[in-house]
Design a protein around this ligand. Structure first.
Ligand code: SF4
Length: 650
């Protein structure tokens, strides 16, 4: 007999698809999109379509493991919890709560995992791995200029006369945006791609502009300059809804067209052409990708692109807006993370976690709890991260596979995966929140994350109504804030609902959530980068995600290829004596790795493109090359500050 379970995808992706899982004889046999989901409307991406390979992978770890001198050995859950609890208690008693590193990431986007830090706050407050590897500089820029991170409803794109995909690649990573773009194009909207890479989304667009990597701020400022100089700026917005319009006028005056052109690597004519598009196509929706904020000045770049939206009159209007992210905490009670119990509030940015672990003192990091993430593979400067994690006295990793990070640990606790556990998950851009239902129980020997935390709490003698309680009760408690909007948490944990904090058109009333209540332009801008390249590392490394798998959730059996592929423009390849299929190395100040070169005419000549997510132990892992650079705001990773030199194998 076939049973169908309705649930919501928890992969680390903004869409949060409604999913139907068909179960036969206790096994999930098929996944399909839930047609009644108001945004994702019945189709799934390739990442989830391949998910059952991972769920039923023979590589999955299904019992707790302890590392011994002779290697990993299986132990019982009782022994594993005893061991971990004893180590955490000893670290707190001897060195204080900050001696524990708590590292959580978005391996599952279910909200319950976001609260696991409560356990460690009850112990006095761990050192929390802070910021994010993906989007927090962009969020910081939004908060600084808009007062909050909120995006328009996706359907507003139907009112757009222009859609700008600025570093965004929906054809690969936001596939539910694609039908909207196609429909908008059919209705006559101009679709523009701004990206150093001619991505899969170029085919959706009528125009493609490829600025210099890291040159987006100059390009955005050029749009502002043109509109102000040509009398096409939205004067009403600048006078009534902006706190400091003089700042952007001053900045535009300060930079000449030639400086802006040199800064973004596009001719003055091209800059004027792009700016003209903003002048004549109103309203315009800007859909931001993560790339432009993966530089030291990621937040400043975000604010300059927001400035272009503001000056062109595209904020607070139907069909306009800045589409990047909406704060997932909106409907949830964040205070349940137990911050009030913490006496220590030390943080260590994820983007520089290796350096942080190695350098933190008073106390040093003595124990770590890592769940929902694979920092060795995903964080910049992988080898330093691995060295740092190995330097910690006792590391517990909660995961489903023996990842690069798990290999550095002392204790492995196997966790339940999507389709095996109960949760609620918010989307990251569309406004919907969906229930996550178990379609099948986890394998014998595997526990959901929330249950593991409950077991640890009990062993540590922590009596807490929110640790170890039935997960549905906890989920209801987490949704208490929606009651003031007339929604019932008991019902909401079982059905898709619209986040009441996401308006269709943010800032339509001209009021922003900033201290001034107005849009706040970046006051000053000092570009920190000399466009001159470092001769030893002449190419910029751009590392994009795998399309077929989510982040580093790539089955080991699919990583058999011996070398990582990197792409170069054919002229760049010739310059370095390389060609299609040639093996060699990529060097950066952080390290080197074996690669195989491939050619792509759609690339700029000053970049080298790789896919991230492969594991070091499988001979991949492009983050051995990336720079552990922090953005100026938002504690995000400046991955794209990495420069490399390609070399053919001798
Ligand atoms: S990964 Fe994203 S697009 Fe793919 S099924 Fe999950 S939520 Fe949908």
């Amino acid at each position: 007999m076939t049973e169908t379970i309705k649930t919501t995808c928890t992969l680390d992706c903004q869409d949060a698809c409604g999913v139907e899982a068909e179960v036969e004889n206790g096994r999930v046999v098929r996944l399909r999109g839930a047609e009644d989901h108001p945004y994702t409307e019945g189709f799934l991406c390739i990442r989830l379509n391949r998910y059952l390979d991972r769920l039923y992978s023979p590589e999955r770890v299904t019992s707790p493991l302890q590392k011994t001198k002779g290697g990993w050995r299986g132990i019982s859950w009782d022994d594993a919890i005893d061991l971990a609890a004893g180590k955490f208690r000893a670290a707190v008693d001897e060195y204080g709560p900050a001696a524990i590193l708590y590292f959580a990431s978005s391996g599952s986007f279910g909200i319950s995992n976001r609260y696991n830090v409560r356990l460690f706050n009850r112990l006095g407050g761990p050192t929390v791995a802070s910021g994010s590897l993906c989007l927090s500089a962009g969020v910081a820029g939004m908060v600084q200029s808009l007062g909050q991170s909120v995006s328009p409803a996706p359907s507003e794109m139907m009112n757009s006369r222009m859609i700008v995909l600025w570093g965004r690649n929906p054809a690969a990573y936001s596939i539910h945006m694609v039908p909207l773009i196609r429909k908008a194009r059919e209705r006559g909207a101009e679709i523009v791609l701004i990206d150093p890479v001619r991505s899969e989304s170029a085919k959706l667009c009528g125009r493609h502009y490829a600025p210099r990597p890291g040159g987006d701020g100059y390009l955005a400022l050029a749009v502002c300059k043109y509109l102000l100089e040509e009398g096409k700026a939205d004067r009403e917005f600048l006078e009534n809804a902006a706190a400091n319009a003089a700042a952007i006028e001053r900045m535009c005056h300060r930079f000449s067209w030639e400086e802006l052109s040199a800064g973004c690597g596009l001719s003055v004519e091209t800059l004027r052409e792009i700016a003209t598009l903003f002048g004549v196509n109103h309203p315009a929706a800007v859909c931001m990708g993560r790339g432009p904020q993966h530089y030291r000045q990621g937040a400043e770049t975000t604010r300059l692109i927001l400035a272009a939206c503001a000056v062109s009159g595209n904020l607070g209007v139907k069909g306009g807006g800045y589409n990047y992210n909406s704060d997932f905490w909106g409907p949830f009670d964040r205070s349940l993370n137990g911050g009030e119990f913490a006496t220590s509030h030390r943080t260590a940015p994820k983007a520089t976690i290796g350096e942080a672990i190695l350098s933190l003192k008073d106390p040093h990091i003595r124990a770590a709890y890592i769940h929902g993430g694979n920092p060795v593979t995903q964080c910049p400067n992988s080898r330093k991260v691995a060295r740092a994690i190995r330097s910690i006295d006792f590391v517990t990793v909660v995961d489903s596979f023996m990842t690069d990070t798990a290999e550095c640990a002392d204790l492995f606790l196997p966790s339940a995966m999507f389709l095996e556990t109960r949760d609620v998950r918010p989307a990251g851009w569309n406004p919907y929140v969906g229930p996550v239902m178990p379609a099948v129980p986890p394998p014998e020997g595997v526990r959901p994350d929330w249950e593991i935390v409950g077991l640890l709490a009990r062993k540590l003698g922590i009596e807490d109504p929110h640790l170890g309680q039935p997960v549905e009760e906890f989920l209801q408690a987490s949704l208490a804030p929606i009651e003031k909007h007339g929604l019932d948490p008991a019902r909401a944990i079982n059905e898709v609902f619209r986040n009441p904090g996401c308006p269709r058109v943010p800032f339509e009333d001209g009021v922003f959530a900033t201290p001034s209540g107005k849009f706040e332009f970046l006051e000053e801008w000092e570009p920190d980068e000399n466009p001159e390249v470092d001769e030893r590392y002449p190419l910029r490394l751009l590392s994009l995600k795998y399309q077929r798998y989510q982040s580093s959730q790539v089955p080991e059996s699919k990583q058999k290829e011996a070398e990582t592929t990197v792409w170069l423009h054919p002229e760049t390849a010739t310059r370095f004596g390389l060609g299609e299929g040639v093996s060699g190395r990529l060097h950066s100040p952080s390290g080197e790795c074996e690669v195989r070169f491939a050619l792509d005419e759609g690339l700029r000549r000053d970049v080298c493109l790789a896919r991230s997510g492969g594991w070091l132990k499988k001979g991949h892992g492009v983050n051995v090359l990336t720079a552990d650079v922090l953005t100026s705001s938002g504690e995000c990773s400046g991955y794209y500050e990495t420069r490399v030199c390609p070399v053919a194998r001798a």
